[in-house]
Design a protein around this ligand. Sequence first.
Ligand code: URA
Ligand code: URA
Length: 266
Amino acid sequence: MTMSENNGNTFEEHSSDLTSQLDRSIDILRQELEEFGDIYLPKQSVSTSNSQGNQQPSSSPSPMNTIDTCKTLDELEALAETMDDLKTDLEGTRLVFGDGNPNADLVIVGEAPGANEDKEGIPFVGRAGKLLTDILSAIHMDRSVVYIANILKHRPPENRNPSEEERQRSLPLLHKQLELIQPKMVLCLGKVSANTLLGNSTALGELRGEAHPLHVGTHQTECWVTYHPAALLRNPNWKRPTWEDVQLVQKRYLELQCQPDILQSS
Ligand code: URA
Ligand code: URA
């Protein structure tokens, strides 16, 4: 039916029907994103004060400068449990430190924990996490082969994008994780993760498909970039380029003789 066939009434009914349909769809989408621990909710104006009206967590004596004294991931995790600097303005969240092989040659870096991750204290356990697990198994990698962490160690309220300030506050912990693990490769999932770790604001499409040198402390590694699995759930057109990216990562993993040997362990 074209607009000209529409009399005023029908058009109004039609458009109010559409509006309520759209509202319902948005509600469903929000619920799903919440459930999936997806961090790609459209940006809304989120107040930085919490329900009690308090501002950002006050920085009590920061253990940030004791990070350097940590000799193991376990020590670092114990320290991270005490660090207010890692928190967002959402109260009562759980530390999501990282998961997997502490000697991994490949570390995968996401953005921030969502609801599921906050519940379990483990990164990538929601629906995006299941997709990540599937992507890894497509290149014959079990999750236990790699180490998985996020830029932020605590969930942001309403799964909003982490602010620049939050990312910079959390980054020293990820750097220390990388220094302790000493991976040969890092794979960043999504633009926020890549831009934070590489210290640029380059578009994701321009960062894909090549190794970017990355220095953390005295350790030198290389950084690869692909789409975030939560983004793939929204836009399936990104699945093919992601598949191309992870095949490159697999090829490089074998070239660098990374351990464990995924051909033997698969
Ligand atoms: N998205 C992320 O970036 N990290 C998680 O741990 C889960 C979803
Ligand atoms: N935009 C992002 O921020 N991340 C993606 O993975 C894709 C598009």
